[in-house]
Design a protein around this ligand. Sequence first.
Ligand SMILES: *[C@@H]1O[C@H](CO)[C@@H](O)[C@H](O)[C@H]1NC(C)=O
Ligand SMILES: *[C@@H]1O[C@H](CO)[C@@H](O)[C@H](O)[C@H]1NC(C)=O
Ligand SMILES: *[C@@H]1O[C@H](CO)[C@@H](O)[C@H](O)[C@H]1NC(C)=O
Ligand SMILES: *[C@@H]1O[C@H](CO)[C@@H](O)[C@H](O)[C@H]1NC(C)=O
Ligand SMILES: *[C@@H]1O[C@H](CO)[C@@H](O)[C@H](O)[C@H]1NC(C)=O
Ligand SMILES: *[C@@H]1O[C@H](CO)[C@@H](O)[C@H](O)[C@H]1NC(C)=O
Length: 517
Amino acid sequence: MRPTRKTQVFPISSILVGVLVIPLVVLLVIFLVQPTAFSSSSFSSSSWETTWNPVASNDTSNSRSNYSVPSSTEDIWQPQPSQAPVFTFANNQRGAPAPAPQIFGVDDEVQETITQQVGPNKTRFMSGSSQLEKLEASLGRARSLIREAANVRNKISTHQDPDYVPRGPIYRNPNAFHRSYLEMEKLFKIYVYEEGEVPIFHDGPCRSIYSSEGRFIHEMEKGNMYRTRDPDKALVYFLPFSVARMVRFMYVPDSKDRHGMKLTIIDYVNLIAQKHPFWNRSLGADHFMLSCHDWGPFTTSFVPLLFHKSIRVLCNANTSEGFNPSKDASFPEINLKTSEMSGLGGQPPSSRSTLAFFAGGLHGHIRSLLLNEWKGKDRDVRVYEKLPRGVSYEKMLKGSKFCLCPSGYEVASPRVVEAIYAECIPVLISDGYIPPFSDVLDWKTFSVQVPVKNISDIKNILMSISSRQYLRTQRRVKEVQRHFLVNGPPKRYDVFHMIVHSIWLRRLNIRIQDLLT
Ligand SMILES: *[C@@H]1O[C@H](CO)[C@@H](O)[C@H](O)[C@H]1NC(C)=O
Ligand SMILES: *[C@@H]1O[C@H](CO)[C@@H](O)[C@H](O)[C@H]1NC(C)=O
Ligand SMILES: *[C@@H]1O[C@H](CO)[C@@H](O)[C@H](O)[C@H]1NC(C)=O
Ligand SMILES: *[C@@H]1O[C@H](CO)[C@@H](O)[C@H](O)[C@H]1NC(C)=O
Ligand SMILES: *[C@@H]1O[C@H](CO)[C@@H](O)[C@H](O)[C@H]1NC(C)=O
Ligand SMILES: *[C@@H]1O[C@H](CO)[C@@H](O)[C@H](O)[C@H]1NC(C)=O
């Protein structure tokens, strides 16, 4: 649906951004559920199949209960006066490049405590709570180890590792990241819900610009890494549905009828909340979904708790569409044309003869600004809507110094990872986009960010980067590559593990307490 695009980034001197400790709030949430005749037996596989069909979905809707969707979030959120400091991510300054969530450098006791109140009856779920306390205690220890590691402001991690030792300015804090990564490997356990059927659940596209969605779901389904079959041992709960698949199987193109998708997502979360105690226990805060489709954020909006409370791992990490970096994670968009990653490596810096390159369709307002300003106008800033015959897209990436990555119909661009693979410095041109892994990676050190209002200044901005600075930045692009590599099976520190690490960080940021016990 979306063609590939290019982005621009602005290399900025590496400055570690201090973390603001935000005073915290304990949210008591009232879980509004429309009580209706609902039995889990009505969720046999055959009834799931009917909901996939948007045409049939209206017929079945009456027999299903659903969450009532409040008209505003105030209806469900009741923020209480701050009772506990929260371990949360602070935004930098207003208007600055995407605020990066981070936990490193936070020194207080920092968790958002998730408590719940599910009606007046507090007699259920006694079992499992001491298990939960144990898990929370282990997270508490991990937090203090990470915090301690964050105080060591070394350029190189001080921890041992046979495979890789994080170092250098691409990391906000290499030592804290490394400690956190190692703790994740030791402790992190993910439970994957088994309800739902392929192709919408437990499966997803493994090629195309949506490949991140399918690759991750498949990896979790295989169960070789992080997965636990015992939900009482899990730190997070995965809702393995594919938004790209929902769009493909349930949405009639151009129909604007997303009713089938809506029912499916509502029914599914309802089922999970009825059948298992875990959703109610945290009001979804230790649950995650992921999507690379433009409609990922929109799809989650049908279940307010999923939107506002759960961890959403989204390619479309648009802060103007409710992406909240303190609880949501930015998902890299990777355009896999085959099941293998391709395009690694490029010309050495001295042979990169083109200053900046972009080729891609006129999608969205940022592209149109870029094309209007630069298409066919400049020998150094080579911007195409359509590449001329005989010109290879890959060769252009590999032979350019900077690769422009403007947002298209949504904020993320597969060009960012394409540029990183081709060792071309990505130039991000976007509004409200939080790039992937910005909780641990300092994007300013290996990319350039050009504000949308400065599209006409692109050439000046890029020309003003000295060759020393260019070489430094390009070297860092190569260093950061490993975190974007797609491997089957995954290898330590590659994109799969980095995504899991983003989720781990967000789970570290909350504390679940089961008030029902
Ligand atoms: C399903 O219901 C919605 C809302 O009531 C309506 O807009 C839509 O046209 C219906 N779809 C079909 C296929 O009947
Ligand atoms: C949700 O439930 C209400 C009341 O039970 C019902 O009127 C409504 O049609 C349901 N909506 C959907 C989308 O099923
Ligand atoms: C709470 O649940 C128990 C057992 O399910 C039931 O006997 C009791 O009446 C309920 N109390 C309230 C206040 O609903
Ligand atoms: C979770 O809460 C909802 C709403 O209060 C309730 O209908 C559902 O039965 C609860 N789930 C479990 C497993 O008790
Ligand atoms: C981000 O979200 C806002 C609000 O929905 C929208 O206006 C804007 O176009 C989005 N950005 C992109 C690049 O899609
Ligand atoms: C970006 O645009 C603003 C306003 O148009 C201008 O003042 C500023 O100098 C530009 N920045 C660069 C680096 O060109």
